[in-house]
Design a protein around this ligand. Structure first.
Ligand SMILES: NC(=O)c1ccc[n+]([C@@H]2O[C@H](COP(=O)([O-])OP(=O)(O)OC[C@H]3O[C@@H](n4cnc5c(N)ncnc54)[C@H](OP(=O)(O)O)[C@@H]3O)[C@@H](O)[C@H]2O)c1
Length: 276
């Protein structure tokens, strides 16, 4: 079973490569396959004849998306219909990676797969468009707060700041599930092998605010957690361009219902990543 991975040089693309084991995984960096270029997609799919395409390509800069909705909708949205069309032409299954930012954060409890999306940001809207264009037989995996050994991501940003001399401030009024890309990649491959379709939420366990997470990173790295201070999102000056949901915790019920063990606590994955 040949698996093509678009956005192959992104952090999840690289993690899939690491977790691939003996599988026939082909990672395609943007230079080799631009998912917005339909001729290129058709040519590569015809040549490679994949059984599965995992779309990890995306424009993930949430604030930059806010100031260029057209580009966001093209890369995160309409390009998915190109992938769906060309995947169907070669008989391949499409796996679309999506985000917790499709939700508005007003729910007090973790979000279920059946909850109604209502994105606050251009990024969230563009990813929701991508979900809707992936086709009825696609597997859609929503995840959150991705991080791992390959910068840029929030873990690497926090470590960079802790390596400096200044104190750090992080918001304590946004809660989500920090998710380590290697754990996500392993879970994703289980879903692919089970030929799952429809929407699945997949994150590491144990939600945290960014403030609490930054303190955990400090603790795990041997820094003084008291250097990390809490701030309210409303105290950001100037405010960040894209609004974020205050609660974007995803319940992973469908994954468990499908017979899989939930992903471990992000804290265990953090400790392991810090030891690399
Ligand atoms: N990062 C998060 O916190 C987060 C949270 C929830 C969901 N997700 C979703 O998870 C998936 C993987 O995210 P990630 O963190 O691995 O992202 P990432 O590290 O930013 O990787 C995305 C990759 O897509 C590539 N790309 C951008 N535009 C492309 C195009 N037109 N054609 C082909 N490739 C293109 C990028 O290349 P360049 O570097 O050259 O631009 C980059 O290598 C995405 O669907 C994302 O929306 C991410």
């Amino acid at each position: 079973m040949k698996i093509l991975v678009t956005g192959g040089n992104g952090q999840l693309g690289l993690a899939l490569h690491r977790q691939g084991g003996g599988r026939r995984l082909v990672g395609l960096p943007r230079e080799v396959l631009d998912i917005t270029n339909s001729a290129e997609v058709a040519e590569v799919f015809a040549r490679e004849q994949p059984a599965v395409v995992i779309n990890c390509a995306a424009w993930t800069d949430v604030d930059a998306c806010q100031s260029d909705p057209e580009k966001a909708m093209e890369v995160n949205g309409s390009a998915v219909s190109i992938l769906a069309h060309e995947a169907s032409n070669v008989g391949a299954r499409l796996v679309q990676i999506s985000t917790d930012y499709v939700f508005d954060g007003t729910k007090k409890e973790p979000y279920a797969e059946t909850d109604l999306p209502n994105p606050l940001s251009v990024y969230g809207k563009s990813k929701l468009l991508g979900e809707s264009l992936a086709g009825p037989d696609a597997l859609i995996v929503r995840t959150s707060w991705l991080m791992g050994p390959d910068a840029p991501n929030m873990l690497q940003t926090i470590l960079g700041l802790l390596n400096g001399h200044d104190d750090l401030t992080f918001v304590d009024d946004q809660t989500g599930c920090p998710t380590f890309v290697d754990d996500l990649a392993a879970g994703l491959l289980r879903l692919v092998e089970a030929r799952s379709t429809g929407i699945f939420h997949l994150t590491n366990a144990d939600p945290a605010s960014w403030f609490a997470f930054a303190q955990e990173v400090a603790q795990a790295g041997g820094y003084d957690p008291k250097r990390v201070h809490a701030i309210a999102t409303s105290a950001f000056s100037p405010p960040r361009p894209a609004p974020r949901p205050v609660n974007s915790v995803l319940a992973n019920q469908s994954f468990v219902d499908a017979g899989f063990s939930p992903l471990r606590s992000h804290r265990l994955a953090l400790t392991e990543t810090m030891a690399l």
